[in-house]
Design a protein around this ligand. Structure first.
Ligand SMILES: Cc1cc2nc3c(=O)[nH]c(=O)nc-3n(C[C@H](O)[C@H](O)[C@H](O)COP(=O)(O)OP(=O)(O)OC[C@H]3O[C@@H](n4cnc5c(N)ncnc54)[C@H](O)[C@@H]3O)c2cc1C
Length: 592
C-alpha cells in the first residue's frame, strides 16, 4: 500500500519561519503560535495517515454505486466521515455564529493539504460543503443562513455546487435550468445538471444543493442567472426534516479517477428552491467565493503531487537497478538503488522543488484571503484575485506533471495498479479541468486580472519582487544563487506583459495564444519568490544554529535546483509568447 506522512516540519517551516504568521497583526493570527499550529497539524496528520489514507485505494477500487435512487459510498467512508465530523474539523475556519471555530484560512489551508493528499475523493464531500457554506454565508438571507448553515458547518448536511449542464460548462450563459417564482416566495426548479460532485451519498442526513438557474423573463445570457438553495429533503421552520424534494440522481458517471466521490447527473423536476442573494446576480454570487474554491482545487494538485512524491522518493531509495556511473555505491548488493542515477534525481528534484514551493505559494495566498476577509483590504483581495488563476492553473498542471514523474520513477510498477501510483495520476487529472478548466484560468489571468484596476495589482506584484530583491541584495551568495535568477524570471514576466499590452491591443489573439505560457511563467516566478524567501529563512536558521541543520541544508539545495533548472523555463515561455498569434492561428480550421 502507498505511504503517506504528513509533512509537518515543512508546514511549520513555511508558517512560522517564512510567512511568520505568529508575528502578523491580522485578526485571529494571535492564536497561531508554533505550539498551537503544530498541535492542530499533528492531529490532522494522524487523521490523514490513519483514517483517510487507508481508504484511498478502497474508494478507488469500489467506487460509488447508485442503489434505489441513493448513492452508496465505498466501505469505511461513512465511519471516516463520522470521525471527521466528531473532531470538529469541518468547521475549522467557519463563522462561530453558526457553530464554526473561526480559525484563519491559513490554518485550514494547511490542514486541507493533508486531507486532499491522503484521500482527495473522500475529502471532496466536506470540501464541496464548505464551498456551498461560503456562498450561503456571503449571500443568503439571515433566515436561510440560520436554517442551513449550522448543519452544514458540522457536515450533518453536506453541500454541492450545480453549474454544469449537458450543453454548457464554460459558457454558463447558455444554461437552461428554470426557476419559476411561487406565491410563497420560493421557486420551482426544473432542469438537468451533470457532473455534480458529491451529488448524493449515504454519509449525511441531507444534501443542500446550490443550483444556478434562470428566472423566466430575466435578462439573456449570464446576466439572467440566479442562485438557489435546493435541499434534497425539505427542512421545516423548526429545522426538522420533512418530505423529499422533487429531485433525483439520474445516474452516476463512470470516470477516470476520484472514484470514491459520487459524480451525479441531477434531475430537478419542479423542486422547491430558495433564492440565495439577489435575482439575476447568481454568477456574481458564485464569483465572490471563487478565490476560496480555486485555492482549494490548487491544493488538490499540490496534494496529489505530495503523496506521489513521497512514494517515489521511498521507492528510489529501495529499488536496486544498475550501478552508479561513477562506481558502485552499494558494492555488497547486486545493484545500486535508483537514487544514485542522475535522471532519477532530476525527476525527484522536479517534484520536491515543486511541492515545497507550491506549498509556500498556497499558504501565502491563504494569508491574503484572511487579510481580505478580516480587514476588507482591497489590496489583498486584488493581489489574491490576480494570483488565484495561477494558484489553480499552475498548481494543478504541475501537480499532475509531478505525479506522472513520480509514476515514472516506478517504471512499469508505476503503471500497475498495485503500487497506487496510477491512482494519484488519475485523481490529479480532474483538478486541471473542473472549477474552471486551466485554459480558462489562463484566459482569466491575461484577459481580466492583469488589467484589473488599471493593472494596479500586477504592478504591485512586480514592485514587491523589486523591493524584495533590493532589501536582500547584501548577501552575495543569496544574490547569485537565488536573487539574480528571480530577477531574470521577473523581467521575462514583465516583458510578456508589455507584449500583451502592445500586441494584444492590435490583435487579441496575440495575447490569448500566449495565455497558457503566461500562467506558467507567472507560476515559475511566484515559486521563485517563494524559494528565495525560503532560502533566507533556511540561511537564518543555519546561521543561528537552531533546529535541524540537515533540514535547512536540504531546503537550500532544493531551492538552488529550482532556480537553476526550473525558473529559466520563463525564457522558453517568453519566446513562445513573443511569436504571437500567427503560429497558432494561421492554420485554417478545416486543415485540422
Ligand atoms: C469529475 C467531475 C466533477 C465535476 N464536478 C462539478 C460540480 O461539482 N459542479 C459543476 O457544476 N460542475 C462540475 N464539473 C464540470 C466541470 O466544471 C466542467 O466539465 C468544466 O467546467 C468544463 O466544462 P465542459 O466540460 O462543458 O467543457 P467545455 O466548456 O466544453 O470546454 C472544453 C474545452 O474548451 C476550452 N474552452 C471553452 N471555452 C473556451 C474559450 N472561450 N477560450 C478558450 N478555451 C475555451 C476549455 O478550457 C476546455 O478545455 C465536474 C466535471 C467532472 C469531470
Amino acid at each position: 500500500m502507498p505511504i503517506y506522512n504528513a509533512p509537518l516540519n515543512d508546514l511549520g517551516f513555511v508558517l512560522h519561519e517564512v510567512l511568520k504568521v505568529q508575528d502578523s497583526a491580522l485578526p485571529g493570527y494571535e492564536d497561531l503560535t508554533a505550539d498551537f499550529t503544530s498541535a492542530v497539524l499533528e492531529e490532522a496528520g494522524k487523521l490523514a495517515r490513519d483514517v483517510f489514507a487507508p481508504l484511498n485505494e478502497v474508494g478507488d477500487r469500489q467506487g460509488c454505486v447508485l442503489e434505489n435512487g441513493v448513492v452508496r459510498t465505498p466501505e469505511g467512508f461513512k465511519a471516516a466521515f463520522d470521525t471527521l465530523r466528531e473532531g470538529g474539523w469541518t468547521g475549522l475556519d467557519c463563522d462561530p455564529d453558526y457553530g464554526g471555530q473561526g480559525m484563519p484560512h491559513v490554518l485550514s489551508t494547511a490542514v486541507g493539504e493533508l486531507s486532499v493528499a491522503s484521500n482527495m475523493a473522500f475529502n471532496m464531500y466536506a470540501g464541496l460543503t464548505h464551498g456551498a457554506y461560503s456562498a450561503i454565508h456571503a449571500h443568503a438571507s439571515d433566515a436561510l443562513k440560520a436554517k442551513f448553515l449550522p448543519k452544514m458547518v458540522t457536515c450533518e448536511w453536506t453541500g454541492t455546487m450545480n453549474l454544469t449542464e449537458p450543453h454548457c460548462g464554460t459558457d454558463l450563459g447558455l444554461l437552461r435550468t428554470r426557476a419559476e417564482p411561487q406565491d410563497d416566495g420560493s421557486y420551482k426548479i426544473t432542469g438537468q445538471k451533470i457532473f455534480i460532485s458529491a451529488g448524493d451519498h449515504d454519509m449525511a442526513d441531507n444534501v443542500i444543493h446550490l443550483v444556478l438557474a434562470k428566472i423566466p423573463g430575466g435578462p439573456e445570457g449570464v446576466k439572467g442567472i440566479s442562485l438557489f438553495i435546493v435541499p434534497k429533503i425539505m427542512v421545516g421552520d423548526d429545522g426538522a426534516l420533512g418530505a423529499a424534494n422533487s429531485l433525483s440522481v439520474g445516474k452516476l458517471e463512470e470516470k477516470m479517477g476520484i472514484h470514491g466521490n459520487a459524480t451525479c447527473v441531477m434531475n430537478y423536476d419542479g423542486a422547491t428552491g430558495y433564492l440565495c442573494g439577489d435575482a439575476h446576480k447568481g454568477l456574481r454570487a458564485m464569483f465572490t467565493m471563487m478565490n476560496e474554491a480555486r485555492l482549494g482545487v490548487g491544493l488538490q494538485g499540490l496534494g496529489q503531487a505530495v503523496v506521489a512524491y513521497q512514494n517515489a522518493a521511498a521507492y528510489a531509495q529501495d529499488r536496486l537497478q544498475g550501478r552508479a556511473v561513477t562506481g558502485a555505491e552499494n558494492p555488497d548488493g547486486p545493484a545500486d538503488p535508483l537514487i544514485v542515477h542522475p535522471d532519477i534525481r532530476r525527476m525527484l528534484l522536479d517534484q520536491k522543488a515543486f511541492v515545497e514551493g507550491a506549498r509556500a505559494f498556497a499558504l501565502w495566498g491563504a494569508t491574503m484571503l484572511d487579510d481580505y476577509k478580516s480587514t476588507g483590504s482591497k489590496d489583498a483581495d486584488g493581489m489574491l484575485s490576480l494570483l488565484i488563476p495561477v494558484i489553480k492553473g499552475y498548481l494543478t498542471d504541475k501537480g499532475f506533471d509531478s505525479a506522472v514523474k513520480a509514476q515514472q520513477v516506478f517504471g512499469g510498477h508505476g503503471y500497475i495498479e498495485e503500487q497506487g501510483m496510477s491512482q494519484f495520476v488519475r485523481d490529479a487529472r480532474i483538478a486541471m479541468i473542473y472549477e474552471g478548466a486551466n485554459g480558462i484560468q489562463a484566459l482569466d489571468l491575461v484577459g481580466r486580472k492583469l488589467a484589473s484596476d488599471g493593472g494596479k495589482h500586477a504592478m504591485a506584484f512586480f514592485e514587491m519582487v523589486k523591493d524584495f530583491l533590493k532589501d536582500n541584495a547584501a548577501d552575495a551568495e543569496l544574490k547569485e544563487q537565488f536573487l539574480d535568477p528571480l530577477k531574470a524570471g521577473s523581467k521575462d514576466l514583465q516583458a510578456a506583459m508589455m507584449y500583451f499590452m502592445q500586441a494584444g491591443m492590435k490583435d487579441p489573439n496575440a495575447a490569448l495564444a500566449g495565455s497558457n505560457d503566461f500562467m506558467h511563467m507567472f507560476g515559475h516566478v511566484a515559486l521563485g519568490l517563494m524559494w528565495a524567501r525560503m532560502a533566507i529563512a533556511a540561511k537564518a536558521a543555519l546561521d543561528a544554529g537552531t533546529g535541524d541543520a540537515a533540514f535547512y541544508k536540504a531546503k537550500l539545495a532544493t531551492g538552488r535546483y529550482f532556480m537553476a533548472r526550473i525558473l529559466p523555463e520563463t525564457q522558453l515561455n517568453l519566446a513562445r509568447i513573443m511569436s504571437g498569434a500567427a503560429p497558432v492561428m494561421d492554420l485554417p480550421a478545416e486543415a485540422f
